[in-house]
Design a binder for this molecule. Structure first.
Ligand code: HEM
Length: 199
């Protein structure tokens, strides 16, 4: 690994933070919307996340399930673009080496973890998009139709399964990643956390 840089630059730190927040939000939204009943009638407004705080007026009446599914797909496509940019940044820039205090197996494990995180960050939106393409609804990005639905139930079901498996694996890897970062800060007391922060 190239070690001529000591820390991640501002672009990398901001991308890391923004993509992480977006993934948390999308995982929450995905789980929330999947639990919504399929038989709710179309309504002219939705109570955002059923919290009773804000009622959003819709352009056309829609069932809550359709509203949140469309929102999830629109945000998902946008975040996919951000993830692709992050991936491109990572492939074209040097990253700091791991601390010399880390054992060889720890470095190997960290490298596999990071590769796994990138792979799943790409696999989750890809499988989601393919599921939507093979459904009868296709993808509408904030009101703009991107892809017509192909209405292939078998393939939709397969990619739905793949989306759920990849999301579960991603959530597990993120949890391990966060625990590892805290271990570096609290137990190893090295600069790993520091070099991915804004200051
Ligand atoms: C960007 C990252 C994304 C994350 C973190 C994410 C996360 C999730 C989660 C947690 C679920 C619930 C799975 C379950 O019920 O166990 C879900 C469902 C779903 N996602 Fe995503 N998603 C992402 C991107 C996308 C994209 C790009 C699309 C389509 C364009 C999409 C389409 C869907 C659909 C249609 C469902 C509902 C499946 C069903 O219950 O029929 N997702 N997503």
């Amino acid at each position: 690994m190239n070690n001529s840089v000591q820390r991640y630059n501002k672009v990398a730190v901001v991308l890391h933070l923004v993509v992480a927040l977006c993934l948390f939000a999308m995982i929450g939204l995905g789980w929330f919307m999947s639990e919504l009943p399929k038989d709710l009638p179309k309504a002219p407004a939705v109570d955002l996340f059923n919290l009773g705080f804000y009622s959003l007026q819709l352009v056309e009446p829609m069932s809550p399930r359709s509203f949140y599914f469309n929102l999830h797909k629109s945000l998902g496509v946008t975040i996919f673009a951000l993830i692709l940019f992050r991936f491109y940044w990572r492939l074209t820039h040097e990253v700091p080496a791991f601390p010399a205090t880390m054992k060889e197996w720890e470095v190997k494990l960290a490298e596999y973890m990071h590769k796994g995180l990138y792979l799943l960050m790409l696999a989750v939106p890809t499988t989601g998009a393919l599921m939507a393409v093979f459904s009868k609804y296709g993808i509408v990005w904030f009101g703009v139709r991107l892809v017509e639905g192909m209405n292939n139930e078998g393939l939709r079901e397969a990619f739905k399964e793949a989306h759920e498996v990849c999301v579960t694996l991603l959530a597990i890897l993120i949890a391990v990643h966060v625990i590892a970062a805290i271990k570096h800060k609290v137990i190893d007391k090295d600069d790993v956390m520091q070099r991915m922060s804004l200051h």
